[in-house]
Write a protein that binds this ligand. Sequence first.
Ligand code: G16
Length: 543
Amino acid sequence: MSIETVATQPIPGQKPGTSGLRKQTRVFMGPHFLENYVQAIWTGLGGAAGTTLVLGGDGRYFNDRAAQVVLRMAAAEGVSKVIVGQDAILSTPAASHLIRSRGADGGIILSASHNPGGHDGDFGLKYNGANGGPAPESVTEKIFAATKTITEYRILAAIDVDLSTPGTHRMGDMEVEVVDPVADYADLMETLFDFDAIRALFAGGFTICFDAMHAVTGPYAKAIFEDRLGAPAGSVVNGTPSPDFGGGHPDPNPIWAKDLVDRMMGPDAPDFGAASDGDGDRNMIMGRGIYVTPSDSLAALAANATLAPAYAGGLKGLARSMPTSGAVDRVAEALGLDCYETPTGWKFFGNLLDAGKITLCGEESAGTSSDHVREKDGVWAVLLWLNILAQKKQPVAELMAEHWAKFGRNYYTRHDYEAVDTGIADTMVAEMRVRMRDMPGRKAAGLRIESADEFAYHDPVDGSVAEKQGLRFGLEGGGRVVVRLSGTGTVGATVRVYLERLETDPGKLHEDPQEALAPIVAAAEAITGLKQRTGRTAPDVIT
Ligand code: G16
């Protein structure tokens, strides 16, 4: 087998975003696009010869072809061994676990996460390091720099490796080990949680509906919830992964998982409902008649985590991304724990986890996890909820009511405006950056603006600084508005407006969040002029 050296030239726009490189599938399938980026990864890493890597993806359209290209380029690079999930499938948290448990040097994850799949959908690729987590910005910047100077890439002339059954193959001098994508991950979960208690919960008639959204968690959820824990067959719905996610949008939020929401709000709702996304790192949590926001879920998990064996010894600390609500901060304060505020992007939790400063962390974007891996983990979040419910023996709605009564309720919502003209979005942010200096003291829709700044993160572990991570406005009465542009969209700009208000009055803890936040929403519009600038009358997605 020979190595081909192919002449190429830089392709504009190969800048990794919040989580790796995400583009429309047809862009990724364009001439040299994938190959250029993979070669840039090797260059950005300073070479990958002699390393062991993990490879897998969420099974979306082009996953299988892309995996074979990555393998041939890894072989040409001199990589010693690649551990691949069967059929090139691995959920993102399972890939993170495999990197860590096998002592690999890193891994490549093929996924555009919650973005739709298919030929007309999106595709993505990201590099994770030896800790199992997304590469930090110091690495992604080197990768991006390499995409701008590339002149050639190297690829092995070889036929496809058979990835359909576990076993070991050779591709040139490189070993390719195909592994069961579920088994190791399911074993890890069994070490963290009290499976006997959860089994007893199901045996007692507790019911669950887990919506895998036709994406990667189907096999994981069936193996864990139905096979190992005894939930009745059919507890996992939409559990067979498909390359275009059944034509759906695999994003577990009340808009895209509406079927589950309707079921959980209906008369025959199961006790517990959950959904996960394309690559299995996000989660949505529901109880009968109640949707738990990701920010509240993080807070409730943090408050009760010691009921699960893995966390029984106590938590080291907590962290949330800046736009995530302050609900977890209140738990941290009560427990006497440090609580860190990081920029959006799971990669920013990596140093805190590696340094042992935190045990649990999460984001408003439906991500929660712990130090068991270095990615957010949807199935893990569901299991921790189940473990807690198995111990507390109370409905989700009751648990949340008690939580709010004790800590107060951070009413929270996110309003997304998608596919906004990039010029309009950039101008809005640029203008606000200037105007915000004079905003404190002024009023927005009747509310006094008490603070206005742009979030910059100083990593307490390695001292790195990440600037321009979102515009923040503090309002009288404890309200907060955050505005930032998404780093995961592929068409135009997605403007995210995060809205929050703390309520501690025991008589006002059970209002509709949109109504409870109406004054904050009005203030946000007065500050941003977003509707007026875009001509939109309402957000595209409300979570
Ligand atoms: C990714 C990142 C998350 C981030 C989310 C939203 O999630 O891993 O850390 O919160 O995107 O980012 P943005 O607001 O920039 O779109 P995922 O599930 O898409 O990998």
